[in-house]
Design a protein. Sequence first.
Length: 387
Amino acid sequence: MVEFRVERQTLAEAVAWAARTLPSRPALPVLAGMLVEASADGALTLSGFDYEVSAKAAVATDVTEPGRVLVPGRLLADIVRNLPPYPVEVVTKGTEVVVRCGSAEFGLQTMPVEDYPTLPEPPQPSGTVPGEVFAAAVAQVTPAAGRDETLPMLTGVRIDFDGDTMWLACTDRYRIAARELTWSPSDPGFTAGIVVPARTLADTARAIRPGSQVAIGLGGTGDTLLGISSGDRSTTTRLLDDQFINYRSRLSDAWSTTAKVRTAPFIEAIKRVALVTERNTPLRLDFTGDQVLIRAASGDAARANETIPALLTGEGIDIAFSPQYLLDGLAGIDTEYTRLECTGPTRPALLTAIPDRRDDDADSDTPPDDTGDTGFRYLLMPIRLTA
């Protein structure tokens, strides 16, 4: 028997967090369920688990009858998301869970809660990082993760910890996206290197609430479990094999050509020119003097070109990329100017963000002189041009 009353928005956020881990094609029917636990002290916990990833959210509510029940998770999430803005009452009646909100009422058949597996306990936190910083870093690197499940390493995010520095990196062999950030470890000498499923990490990061602190911990037998918690929400995930390329050494080449362009106009021009491209059609960037010519063509069917200002240092270069891969990298740059560095039309090019100028810098028509970056680096293989 379970009976409780909770605000609709509070319930919707908790259900959405727990539902992220529910498999669309569960290996066992019981894994499609969401575990609902109401305790006598007024705590309501909702959990999802598929043996690889778990998610748990806790909220305070008015509990009339404590207990636990297992219900179809995705259906519950759909129902709660569409309820009117009134308090929600949930009560079990026999083999049915009744959800009432305003004049709406739903009945869900319960699932055998005794068959539900025991959820793993989140590891003790190894350190914390601001939620916005962590979520932004994950969003910057995960577009470069591979999709080929036969190469698990490429479908993950490599996370390296060394003292108060954290690196995140993804690669699909054609590009590398990496982000360096500062975090607060519990042990100043903490070091570790792990590979986390990129999809799981991306889903978790998107659901982190603004203004929260994120705690990260390693645990399980041989540190095979990653725990991420934020306030009253937590997620655990099994780790992938920690083999990964030495990505940092590939991001520190000596570049012979550097171009600086305004980020927003660059993105807009690429999107316009890319309208004429088809699958596997390259987009060419021809840097000369104080401009870059962006062009593409689909055989004799269509062509497009656009020129925008650029500040070039070194020899001019004509280089081609996949338009989507190029846009994925630029999406991770949130500063006014972007820096593109390369050594030739067949060698990888590096995209980085140029830190924005200070408010007291009067000249806004030229890029800032700062040679640093924001910690985000995106290395992209060009497409070899044919005659």
